[in-house]
Design a protein around this ligand. Structure first.
Ligand code: F6P
Length: 349
């Protein structure tokens, strides 16, 4: 192996820098130079005028300081062109010209599909799961999920304190476009009363009834945790009629959002107030928890060892608390499990 490349791709996730640091320390120990590729696969497409804007040699001295930092030092991007073969071939050319014989890809399923394409074109690749969403079914852990959940728990506890003080329900939106794991785990960990996720179809009227049940029992400070992608699994609701019939302006094309949803809940349940809180990027830009950093450390080292030993086309994951690896292709075919019993428990209590 003459040189190894490393890139981060997709949404940034806490722990990406720790993984890069571990890759760098391991590569240095095995005497393999390491090249950092900037902005995901874009760096391999050589879009910048200067090579140094696309790639950078990662010396130990450079990366030792970044391990605990949030975000990703290498920058990241979602490179849609990379789905096309001509761009994949261009990337292979770049890697060859740079004498990079193996690549570590830190990202989610889209990034792994890119790695699979490079493997098919003869470039040895290893994937490290990096996404806060926890939507990679082959692994129990992906970098950033634990951190994101902890950020949400901390925020929801604070929101619940104010809800309690004012006897005022709250809607809290957390991230997860197609995956409700952050919402569910955050709801369970905070004792939130209602959780809404993209995996389970739902109706506005149904959630209003759940909230009404809480109010009838004297709980005026219930928390409704919603995943960002849950609006897609919502049954059609005539928001326009609902708001305009109550003298509130609403443009027909306006989609449902946490703010609108809180306002609709307030009116449907006849409450004085219900507030929306969108947690947003503080989940992605947080310092990694010890769990995420420790996983990053092990995964980074394993990735380099596999490439050094001529084992490629694998993704690293965690199963029953142990770090392991399996073929990318197999990992991408695994079906996702959503903890429906836990979801039902939260919503039924
Ligand atoms: O990285 C995952 C994720 O945070 C999803 O939860 C979210 O839907 C998506 O990324 C949003 O990405 P961006 O804000 O970068 O478009």
């Amino acid at each position: 192996m003459r040189k190894i490349g490393v890139l981060t791709s997709g949404g940034d996730s806490p722990g990406m820098n720790a993984a890069v640091m571990s890759v760098a320390r391991s590569a240095a120990m095995y005497g393999i130079p390491l090249i950092g590729i900037k902005r995901g696969y874009n760096g391999l497409l050589r879009k910048s005028a200067n090579l140094k804007d696309d790639m950078q040699e990662l010396t130990l001295e450079l990366v030792l300081d970044i391990a605990d930092d949030p975000g990703t030092y290498l920058r990241t991007a979602r490179c849609l062109e990379f789905k096309e073969k001509k761009y994949q071939e261009k990337a292979v050319k770049t890697l060859k010209s740079m004498q990079i014989d193996g690549l570590v890809v830190i990202g989610g399923d889209g990034s792994f599909r890119g790695a699979q394409a490079l493997c098919d074109l003869g470039v040895p690749c290893i994937g490290i799961p990096g996404t806060i969403d926890n939507d990679l079914p082959y692994t129990e852990m992906s970098l950033g999920y634990d951190t994101a959940v902890n950020v949400c728990v901390e925020a929801i506890r604070k929101i619940r304190a104010t809800s309690r003080s004012h006897d005022r329900p709250a809607v809290v939106e957390v991230m997860g476009r197609h995956c409700g794991d952050i919402a569910l785990t955050a709801a369970v960990s905070t004792g939130s009363e209602i959780v809404v996720v993209p995996e389970v179809p739902w109706t506005v009227e149904g959630v209003a009834m759940q909230l009404q049940r809480q109010l009838d029992r004297g709980n005026y400070r219930a928390t409704i945790v919603v995943a960002e992608g849950c609006w897609e699994s919502m049954a059609p609701f005539d928001l326009y009629n609902f708001l305009t019939s109550r003298g509130k302006p609403c443009y027909p094309e306006e989609p449902m959002s946490a703010v609108r949803f809180a306002s609709v809940m307030k009116r449907m349940c006849g409450m004085v107030e219900a507030r929306a809180n969108v947690i947003g990027y503080v989940q992605r830009g947080a310092e990694p928890t010890a769990r995420d950093s420790a996983f990053a450390f092990e995964a980074g080292n394993l990735a380099v060892r596999l490439l050094r030993d001529g084992i490629s086309n694998q993704v690293i994951g965690m199963q029953k608390g142990k770090v392991f690896y399996m073929p990318i292709e197999k990992a991408l075919k695994k079906e996702r499990y959503f903890n429906r019993p836990l979801f039902d428990l939260v919503n039924s209590l």
